[in-house]
Design a protein around this ligand. Sequence first.
Ligand SMILES: [Zn+2]
Length: 289
Amino acid sequence: MYLSIWLGILMGSSGCSSTEKKPDELAEVRQAALATPDPVILDNPLAKRMNNPSTMPTVPPAGAKIGYSQVNITEKVVAMTFDDGPHPTLTPKLLDILKARNIKCTFFVIGRSAKTYPNIIRRMIAEGHEVANHTWTHASLTSRSDAQIRTELQQSEDALVAAANYRPHLIRPPYGAINTRIKQLMFSEFGYSTIMWSVDPQDWRRPGVSVVTSRLVNGAHPGAIMLAHDIHPPTIEAMPAMFDQLLAKGYQFVTVSQLLNMEKANMPVGVVIRPAMAVDDKDPTPLPQ
Ligand SMILES: [Zn+2]
C-alpha cells in the first residue's frame, strides 16, 4: 500500500513538471502508475520501503534531554559549575587553582561581563573549560517576554562568539527561575539544554569558607552538578580544600557536557527521550533575587 501511495505522489509531481496536465489527466497518470509499478523499483528490495521523514521523531534526538539537574551514573564523577563571572581578579585566581589540579569546570557567564573581559573567556576555552550562557544581564527569565528572553540569550551568545569564536549549548537560568515552556523555547530555538544543579552550598550568602567547602564535599554524589559563584572571595578560598578532599575520596571532575555524555553513553541504542519525559526535574523554586 505504501508503495502505491509513494508511486502516486512521485508520478503526480514529476508529470506536472514536464507537461502541464489538468487534474483529471493527473489522476489518469496516477492510475496508470499504480497499474504498472516501475520494475526498477520492484527489483530493488530496499526501495519497496517508503522513506517517510514525517514518521521520524521531531523531538530532541536520543539522549538530548532539554533539562538536567544531575545525571544518572554510578561512577564518582561530578561537574563543578561557576556562575555569574567572569570576575576580573577572582576568576583568573580560580583558573590557577583549576590548572594546578588539571580540573575542568563549566562557567555559566553573564554575557555583558564576557564582553568586558574577553581575555578571561579565551583563557577558559584555551584551558579546556566549558563556557555556557547565563543570559546577558542576569535576567530572571520567568518575568521576561519571549522577545526579551531571545535578546538575553542571543546577546550573550554573540559576546562569546566575538570573544573566542565559541558557541555555547548550555544555559543556566539566573535565580533558577525557569519553567518547562521556556526550557522548550530555549532548546528549540537555541539548541540549549537547561542546566540546574543538585548540590547548592548557598555560597552567595557567604556562610564562611569552611562551610562552603564542607557543603560541597558532603553533598557530592555520582553524577552531581555542583553550583558555586566565582564572584565571591570566600567561594574562591573554599575551592582548593573542596577539590582536594573530593579528589582524595576518588571523585573526578568533568565539564557538564562531559557528564551528560556519560549518561548518554549508558543509554541503549535508539532510545528517544521526548520532551515530556526529558524534563527530569519539576520546575524549581527560584532563589531569592
Ligand atoms: Zn547567576
